[in-house]
Design a protein around this ligand. Sequence first.
Ligand SMILES: CC(C)(COP(=O)(O)OP(=O)(O)OC[C@H]1O[C@@H](n2cnc3c(N)ncnc32)[C@H](O)[C@@H]1OP(=O)(O)O)[C@@H](O)C(=O)NCCC(=O)NCCS
Length: 171
Amino acid sequence: MEPKTASASLTIMTELVLPNDTNVFGNLMGGRLMYWMDIASALAAQKHCNAPVVTASVDNISFENPIRLGNVVHIEAKVTRAFNSSMEVHMKVWGEDLKQQKKYKSNEAYYTFVALDDHNKPQQVPGLIPETEEEKRLFEGALRRRQIRLILGGKMKPDDAKELKALFVTD
Ligand SMILES: CC(C)(COP(=O)(O)OP(=O)(O)OC[C@H]1O[C@@H](n2cnc3c(N)ncnc32)[C@H](O)[C@@H]1OP(=O)(O)O)[C@@H](O)C(=O)NCCC(=O)NCCS
């Protein structure tokens, strides 16, 4: 299976915040944004593996700035690293006020997807080649982030997380 570049998975989604997308404060509802992020990142993962995927986990979403009614939402999603059947996708989200010509950061997050075969079983995905400095940094950190989420999900013993432990324990 030929490895693919991170940039080949780049997915850009643009949405307009309409009244039905907002909370009582007139800001975009977190759940609506997470729904759009789920779609954008699933598309990035599917571009990488060319197979259907399911969301395995979502982590580290902290909303830094609310996005106002009538503003534009920009989501950029890219695969950071592929493992066996799973892929980590990094997303950056911005809001934009076109009238004020102001673009502001909303949040960043990592979603993990698993590729499924015709029998809905996890299937092997291609490896990922990071090219830019940012892609290399995200690729490097992906192994430790994977270990954290597998420990929290009860799928890995903390003692087995060698790369994560190396950050805290020195010989
Ligand atoms: C995600 C899912 C396919 C994993 O299946 P599983 O039987 O646990 O399979 P495995 O233990 O063999 O793990 C398969 C891959 O999932 C990854 N995985 C499992 N749980 C995970 C978690 N909590 N976070 C991140 N990755 C996870 C494993 O690391 C493994 O990756 P790898 O093949 O790259 O090493 C399965 O739990 C599932 O279908 N979950 C529901 C998905 C869904 O419906 N999502 C929408 C939510 S509404």
